[in-house]
Design a protein around this ligand. Structure first.
Ligand code: UDP
Ligand code: MN
Length: 631
């Protein structure tokens, strides 16, 4: 007995010591980790501007690693798919899916594919190894029709898990219990049913139910079999969530701008989020949006996007950036503003010059400032129009780092083979309404003549009246105060394609993408043949970049040899290369420093541009500005 009691005591003391030791270990580890993490974050956020580039490169390679981890996580997550909700099970009917998966497996065993039927199809680059021939055909058909992998989408659970891509500090944020209500609008034309269903499911599962007032589907005149399926689906959803789903249908195709407007007009909640239909909202996406708009009803916000691959449906995390655009008004990502970095708060809203398209706003404020310009057709430009209007007319645009939405980046658009005509036309509309004396930059970037462009950008009178009524600021104010990164070029006098008197069909061309030797190439409409001649003598070749921090390419006489080169303009000037040319339409192109001419030399069956003593060759340029070249 005594011995047993002793043993018990010893054991108790030993156990207590062990627990205390473990506790100390836990506290120590936690402190060390905290130091590491916070130190890391501080290091990440406090750096002088001169180290910016280096840091960005480091961040990128870090991101690459993170991405690999994410991909692994994603695979894991896909394995641990959640149980499908019982009611929704009725709609989607898990059994056929299960059967389809099993059938696929047994079919695959039976008929191992002998060959890839579509070796060049982007769909099968990294997916679909063990599909039978019939399955390959089906998958390829669906892919061509929709621009993403509908075959796979139909097999994935509607409520699949995706990695939570928020920064860990977002998880520590708390929000008021009195947030405004939310209407979510999904716009679409000819999207796949399972894609729309997955978007709806993610919204229902990842938005607090007391905040989610309604989900509005805007069908922009889909021509596929969606209608009957959607009606049935909405009925089933509304049985479980009374009144949650609504659908509005356009009776003719009106384009995404008008679809977004219809959504806003139908919505009834205080805040409206207008999204593409091929998205999955991520955990906690709505709270930061609602809180920010509650704080300031004049802010239009954008979530951060992650990418869902069109083929594998895996999610790729995107780093935080602001939304910008170039002079063609195509969207692009720009680096984070220094003022935000200095805040040292990775959860803070980021001031952004523009939005990508998806947005959330106070419904009434968005209406008051003119919603989305319904005069924008098909696709493109409407996001820049809204952005300029919001900034110039008294609102703000912000990207919210803690609100994340995964968006399928389609391989191609099912509704337009070539977006260029719509983009070009819509860009001119934006330029004419909002860009004042800077509108010429849009004409230049698209290579459109300033007068008689021949492009009908529609009636802008009501939008001009809106600008007047709202007493909006100028584009000059916007450039200086909101988007100084977008750099106008002031002294261009000639632009478009440039060709030599010797050869009517060939145009100067910037040549292979990575190369720096210009060539002569059969004249076409593409960017490599755009040139911009400055009154000061520089001749840019290739697309206008016009972005602070990036460089346009200048035609350069290196001083020796017969080959001209293309060099980043300011670097070339610093290194004493010769980038200044004398030129007038119909005259020779003479380097000011070396006095050599750019001329054509016949090389077997083609011409090449060379530098040599001037003969009689002359050049013409497509468009001129003002009266330059007329004397
Ligand atoms: N869309 C529409 N009508 C159109 C073209 C597009 O309603 O005429 C919808 C489309 O289905 C999608 C959204 O608008 O939900 C945005 O289009 P898309 O995803 O093609 O643009 P991206 O995201 O590539 O900029
Ligand atoms: Mn989209």
């Amino acid at each position: 007995m005594m011995l047993r009691r002793h043993l018990c005591k010893v054991l108790c003391i030993g156990l207590t010591l062990l627990i205390v030791y473990n506790l100390l270990l836990v506290v120590y580890t936690k402190m060390t980790l905290q130091k590491l993490i916070l130190g890391g974050v501080q290091k990440e956020l406090h750096f002088p501007l001169s180290e910016w580039n280096e840091t960005v490169i480091k961040k990128l390679s870090h991101l690459e690693l993170e991405l690999q981890h994410l991909q692994e996580n994603m695979k894991l997550a896909m394995k641990q798919q959640e149980n499908v909700d019982k009611t929704l099970k009725r709609m989607r009917d898990e059994q056929p899916v299960q059967k389809a998966v099993e059938a696929k497996a047994s079919e695959t065993k039976k008929h191992r594919p002998r060959e890839k039927l579509f070796p060049d199809s982007p769909l099968f680059k990294q997916w679909g190894e063990d599909l039978s021939e019939a399955q390959q055909k089906r998958a390829q058909d669906l892919f061509q029709k929709f621009g993403y992998n509908v075959y796979l989408s139909n097999l994935l659970p509607l409520n699949r898990s995706i990695p939570d891509t928020r920064h860990s500090r977002c998880l520590q944020k708390t929000y008021s219990s009195q947030l405004p209500s939310l209407s979510v609008v999904l716009i679409f034309t000819n999207e796949a049913l399972s894609i729309i269903q997955r978007a709806i499911t993610s919204i229902i599962n990842r938005t607090p139910s007391q905040l989610l007032k309604e989900i509005i589907l805007v069908d922009d005149f889909s021509s596929n079999e969606l209608k009957a399926n959607l009606d049935e689906l909405i009925k089933l959803y509304n049985q479980k969530y009374p009144g949650l789903l609504k659908i509005v249908r356009h009776t003719k195709r009106q384009g995404l701008a008008q679809a977004r407007n219809t959504g806003r007009e139908t919505a009834t909640a205080e805040v409206v989020a207008i999204l593409d239909a091929h998205i999955e909202v991520n955990a906690g996406w709505a709270e930061p949006i609602l809180a920010r708009i509650q704080e300031d009803h004049t802010v239009i916000v954008s979530p951060v996007f992650d990418k869902i691959n069109f083929d594998t449906f895996e999610l790729e995390k995107y780093g935080l950036a602001v939304d910008g655009f170039n002079w063609e008004l195509w969207c692009r990502y720009d680096s984070l503003p220094k003022a935000w970095i200095d805040l040292n708060d990775v959860t803070a809203p980021v001031k952004s010059p523009s939005i990508m398209g998806i947005l959330a706003a106070n419904r009434l404020f968005l209406g008051k400032i003119g919603s989305v310009d319904g005069g924008m057709l098909v696709y493109g430009g409407e996001n820049v129009e809204l952005s300029l209007r919001v900034w110039q007319c008294g609102g703000r645009i912000e990207v919210l780092p803690c609100s994340r939405i995964a968006h399928i980046e389609r391989h191609h658009k099912p509704y337009a083979l070539d977006l260029t005509p719509a983009m070009k036309r819509n860009a001119l509309r934006v330029a004419e309404i909002w860009m004042d004396e800077y509108k010429y930059m849009v004409y230049l970037a698209w290579n459109i003549p300033l007068q008689n462009s021949g492009i009908d950008y529609g009636d802008i009178s009501s939008r001009m009246a809106l600008r007047e009524n709202l007493k909006c600021k100028t584009f000059d104010w916007y450039l200086k105060n909101v988007y100084p990164v977008l750099k106008p070029i002031h002294n261009i006098v000639g632009y478009g394609r440039i060709k030599n008197s010797l050869s009517e069909n060939d145009c100067l061309d910037r040549g292979p993408i990575k190369g720096k030797t210009p060539i002569m190439y059969f004249c076409n409409e593409y960017s490599p043949q755009k040139v911009y001649y400055h009154l000061t003598g520089e001749l840019y070749v290739g697309s206008l970049i016009a972005e602070a921090n990036a460089e346009d390419c200048c035609l350069t006489d290196p001083g020796s040899g017969e080959n001209p080169t293309l060099e980043p303009c300011s670097k070339a000037a610093q290194h004493g290369l010769h980038i200044y040319w004398d030129f007038k339409p119909g005259r020779a192109l003479i380097n000011r420093a070396t006095k050599r001419c750019l001329e054509l030399k016949k090389a077997s069956s083609y011409y090449m541009p060379v530098l040599r003593p001037c003969t009689t060759q002359v050049w013409t340029i497509q468009h001129t500005i003002g009266n330059w070249g007329s004397n």
